[in-house]
Design a binder for this molecule. Structure first.
Ligand code: CAA
Length: 704
C-alpha cells in the first residue's frame, strides 16, 4: 500500500484511510493509493463493507490545486477510480469530518453512503477557482440533492453544514459517536441489511422537481451581473445536462468544459489568487516556533466610522473591546452606529437578535484612557493627522501595560515616527483596515523598523482569526495599496485635464472588470477626503513640484463638490445616479488652460487603461524593489481584496504578466516621449527595466 492511502481490516469491514496532510488533497499518490485499495477490496470476498475516511483535521479538501498548472492535467483517472468505487458490490461508506470539498465531495458522492460528524461541512467550491467540479460532481450532486440545490451550491461555491447536507439528501446520517467507530457501526448495519446498493450515477433527476425556468433564470442572472469567471455559465450547462442526459453523456460534457475552464487565463488568475492569499500570511525570516503574545482584550481609540468598524471585527470574533473617545456625545454616536450595523445584519438574517446582544455586551465605551490598561492590543483610529496621532501614540505608550501591542490605523503616515512617539517602538506596527472596516477583508499590516517579530506574527495570526486577509507592508507613504493608487489617480486627473470626461475614464477602467472607475470611487469615498490627503502629502514635501498635480480634486473640494454625499463631485447625482456635469468639464478646461495643458479632441480607451494602470504596475515594481512588499502576489492580494481589482485578472502584477512586462515597460517609455517627463512620472523602475531586458515575468519571482 502507499504511504498516503492504507487499508486495514476491522472484522469484516475494510477501513480505507487517506493521510495526506495538511488537507488530504487528492494528489497523484492519493489517487493511485485509492485505486490499489479498491482493487484489494474487489479481490477479497471476505470484506463485507468499506469505510473511507481521512486522517488529520479534515476529510479530503479537493483536488491538489497546484497540479492544475501541469499542462497534461486531466481528471479522467480520478473519475475512473470513483466509478470503480461506485461499482463495488459491497457497501462503501464515506465518513466525513472537517470539510469535504470539490474532489473530496465527489469522492464521497461516489460512495454508496455518506455519514458525517455534525461539525462537518460539504461543498463544491470549484467556481471560486474559475472551474467546475471535474470528477462527475456536476452529474452526481443534482442526482442526490436535486438540480436547484446543486446549482446553488456550485454557483456560489458555498459549503453547507452537515445538517443541511442531510436535509438535502447528500449525507445519509449524522454520527453521534466519534467518526471511525460511528462509521464502522453504520457499515455493519448496512452490511447486515443487505439492501440494494444506492448508487448515484444510475439515478435520474425527476424533471418534476426542477423549478420552471431554473436554468433560464440562472443565465439571466449572469447577463445581469456579468463576470469574467469562466465557471458559472458552464456549471449551468452541466447541471442542465444532468437533468436531460444519461450520466455518461453528462460526464463527457463536464470533462470537456472542465478542461476549457482549467486552460483559461481567468482560472489561472483565480488559482494564483488562492495561493497568493495563503503565501501572504508567511513572513520570511521569522522562526516557526516564535511564541505569540496572547490577545484576549482589545482597545480602540476613536469611535468614528473607522474605529467602530474595527471594533466590530473583534466583537464578532468574541473578543471584548474597550473603545475610547474624547467626548461623550461622540462615544454615544459611535456605539450607536455599531449597534445599528449589527441590527442591520440581523434584519438581513445574518445573525440573531441574541447574537447582536452578545456582541454589544462585549463592548465597553469610555472617555478614560486608563481603561485601556488591561488591553493586550490597542488600535488607534483617530483623525489622519500626524500631530494628533503622535499625541495619541505617546499617551498609549504611557497607559498600555508592558507587552501590549500598539497599532495605528493610519493609511499614509510614517509608522516609524508614530512608533517612536510611544517610547516603545518594538511593540508598535500599523494595522491599516479598509473602509468599511467590518466588511472589507484586506488588512495591511505595516512592519515598522523596530517592530518585534512576535508582535508582527501575533497580529498576522489574529488577522486570520477575525477573518481578514493580512498582507505585510514595509513603511512608506501609503504603504502598498494607497501608494500605488496615487499614480492611478494622478493619471486620471491628467486625462481629465487633457479632455477626457469622468464617465469616459470610468467606462474605460470598468471595461476591464473593475467595479468602479476612479472618478466614481472618489465621489463615493469623498472628494474632500481625497483632496485633504493630497494637501497633507504636499505639506510634508512628498509631492513633485507640479501645480497641476491632482489639481482637479482640490478644485472640486473648494467648490463644495464633496462627492456623492453632497450630490456633486466629479459627477452630479440624481437619485444617486452619476451624470456627466458640464460644470466639471468646464472646470477641467479652465485648469488645463491655467497650467498650459493642451486640450485633445479624442483620447482612446486604450490610452486611458494604459496610462492609469501601467504606472500603477511600475509603482508595484518599485515597491518590490524597495522590499516594501515581499512578493508580487502580496500586491495582487492587496488590490483584489482592498480595491476591487477583478480576481479573475489575478491582480495588477499577474495582469502585467498577461499583458507582458516588456510591453508595459515600452509603453511607459512611449508615454514619457509623448507626454513629456519633467517630473519623472514616466521613469521606469529599475526592476521593471531589468525584467523587460531579461524577459522575466512577475510569476518568476524571486529572481536570482
Ligand atoms: N490543493 C492544494 N493545496 C491546498 C488545497 C488544495 N485543494 N487546499 C488547501 N491547500 C493548502 C493551502 O495552500 C495551505 O498551504 P500552506 O500551509 O502551504 O499555505 C494549506 O493547504 C492549508 O490550507 P488553508 O491555509 O486554506 O487552511 P484552512 O484550514 O484555513 O482551510 C480549507 C482549509 C477549507 C480546506 C481551505 O484550504 C480550502 O478551501 N481549500 C480549497 C478547497 C477547494 O477549492 N477544493 C476544490 C479543489 S478543485 C477540485 O477539487 C476539482 C475537481 O473537481 C477534481
Amino acid at each position: 500500500m502507499s504511504d498516503v492511502v492504507t487499508l486495514e481490516r476491522r472484522g469484516e469491514t475494510a477501513l480505507i484511510r487517506i493521510d495526506n496532510p495538511p488537507v488530504n488533497a487528492l494528489e497523484r499518490a492519493v489517487r493511485d493509493g485509492l485505486r490499489v485499495a479498491v482493487a484489494q477490496v474487489r479481490d477479497d470476498p471476505d470484506i463485507r463493507a468499506v469505510v473511507v475516511y481521512a486522517a488529520g483535521r479534515t476529510f479530503v479538501a479537493g483536488a491538489d490545486i497546484a497540479e492544475f498548472e501541469t499542462p497534461d492535467f486531466e481528471t479522467d483517472g480520478f473519475r475512473e477510480v470513483l466509478d470503480q468505487i461506485e461499482a463495488l458490490d459491497r457497501p462503501v461508506i464515506a465518513a466525513i469530518h472537517g470539510t469535504a470539498l470539490g474532489g473530496g465531495l465527489e469522492l464521497a458522492m461516489a460512495c454508496h453512503y455518506r455519514v458525517a460528524v455534525p461539525t462537518a461541512r460539504v461543498g463544491l467550491p470549484e467556481v471560486t477557482l474559475g472551474l467546475l467540479p471535474g470528477a462527475a460532481g456536476t452529474q452526481r450532486l443534482p442526482r442526490l440533492a436535486g438540480a436547484e440545490k446543486a446549482l446553488d451550491m456550485m454557483l456560489t461555491g458555498r459549503a453547507i453544514s452537515a445538517r443541511e447536507a442531510v436535509q438535502a439528501g447528500i449525507v445519509d446520517e449524522l454520527l453521534e459517536d466519534e467518526l471511525v467507530p460511528g462509521a464502522l457501526a453504520f457499515a455493519e448495519q448496512v452490511a447486515q441489511r443487505n439492501d440494494p446498493l444506492p448508487r448515484t450515477s444510475p439515478r435520474a433527476v425527476d424533471p418534476a422537481t426542477v423549478p420552471d425556468q431554473l436554468f433560464q433564470r440562472a443565465r439571466e442572472q449572469l447577463v445581469k451581473r456579468p463576470t469574467g469567471n469562466p465557471g458559472p455559465s458552464r456549471i449551468i450547462q452541466c447541471v442542465e445536462a444532468a437533468v436531460q442526459l444519461p450520466f455518461e453523456q453528462g460526464v463527457e460534457l463536464e470533462a470537456r468544459l472542465f478542461q476549457e475552464c482549467r486552460e483559461s487565463r481567468e482560472s489561472a488568475a483565480l488559482r494564483h489568487r488562492f495561493f497568493a492569499e495563503r503565501e501572504a500570511r508567511k513572513i520570511p525570516g521569522l522562526p516557526r516556533d516564535l511564541e505569540l503574545r496572547p490577545v484576549k482584550r482589545v482597545g480602540v481609540v476613536g469611535a468614528g466610522t473607522m474605529g467602530g468598524g474595527i471594533a466590530m471585527n473583534f466583537l464578532s470574533a468574541g473578543l471584548p473591546v474597550v473603545i475610547v473617545e474624547a467626548e461623550q456625545a461622540a462615544l454615544d454616536r459611535g456605539i450607536g452606529l455599531v449597534r445599528k450595523n449589527y441590527e442591520a445584519s440581523a434584519a438581513k438574517g445574518r445573525m440573531s437578535a441574541s447574537q447582536v446582544d452578545a456582541c454589544m455586551a462585549l463592548l465597553h465605551g469610555t472617555l478614560d484612557y486608563a481603561d485601556l490598561a488591561d488591553c493586550d492590543l490597542v488600535i488607534e483610529a483617530v483623525f489622519e493627522n500626524m500631530q494628533i496621532k503622535e499625541t495619541v501614540c505617546q499617551r498609549l505608550g504611557e497607559v498600555c501595560k508592558p507587552g501590549a501591542i500598539i497599532a495605528s490605523n493610519t493609511s499614509t503616515l510614517d509608522v516609524n515616527r508614530l512608533a517612536r512617539a510611544t517610547g516603545r517602538p518594538n511593540d508598535v506596527l500599523g494595522m491599516h483596515f479598509f473602509s468599511p472596516a467590518n466588511v472589507m477583508r484586506l488588512l495591511e499590516v505595516v512592519r515598522g523598523g523596530d517592530t518585534a517579530p512576535e508582535v508582527l506574527a501575533t497580529v498576522m495570526q489574529l488577522a486570520g482569526a477575525i477573518g481578514k486577509v493580512p498582507v505585510v507592508s514595509g513603511v512608506c507613504y501609503g504603504f502598498i495599496g494607497n501608494r500605488m493608487l496615487e499614480s492611478y489617480l494622478r493619471e486620471t486627473e491628467f486625462l481629465l485635464l487633457e479632455g477626457a470626461t469622468p464617465s469616459q475614464v470610468d467606462r474605460a477602467i470598468q471595461s476591464l472588470g473593475l467595479p468602479m472607475g476612479p472618478c466614481r470611487m472618489i465621489d463615493l469615498a469623498g472628494v474632500d477626503v481625497a483632496a485633504k490627503v493630497v494637501i497633507e502629502h504636499r505639506a510634508t514635501g512628498g509631492l513633485p513640484d507640479d501645480p497641476a498635480y491632482r489639481a482637479v480634486v482640490q478644485a472640486l473640494m473648494e467648490q463644495g463638490r464633496h462627492g456623492q454625499k453632497t450630490g456633486a463631485g466629479y459627477y452630479r447625482y440624481e437619485d444617486r445616479k452619476p451624470l456627466e456635469d458640464a460644470e466639471v468639464l468646464e472646470l477641467c478646461g479652465q485648469l488645463a488652460r491655467r497650467f498650459g495643458i493642451e486640450h485633445r479632441r479624442s483620447i482612446s480607451d486604450e490610452e486611458i487603461i494604459e496610462r492609469c494602470l501601467y504606472p500603477l504596475i511600475n509603482e508595484g515594481a518599485r515597491i518590490l524593489e524597495e522590499g516594501i512588499a515581499y512578493r508580487p502576489g502580496d500586491i495582487d492580494t492587496v488590490w483584489i481584496n482592498g480595491y476591487g481589482f477583478p480576481d479573475y485578472l489575478g491582480g495588477p502584477m499577474f495582469w502585467a504578466d498577461t499583458v507582458g512586462v516588456q510591453e508595459v515597460c515600452q509603453r511607459l517609455a512611449d508615454y514619457a516621449d509623448l507626454r513629456g517627463n519633467d517630473h519623472g512620472y514616466w521613469d521606469r523602475s529599475a526592476l521593471l527595466e531589468r525584467m523587460a531586458a531579461q524577459g522575466l515575468a512577475f510569476s518568476d519571482w524571486p529572481f536570482s
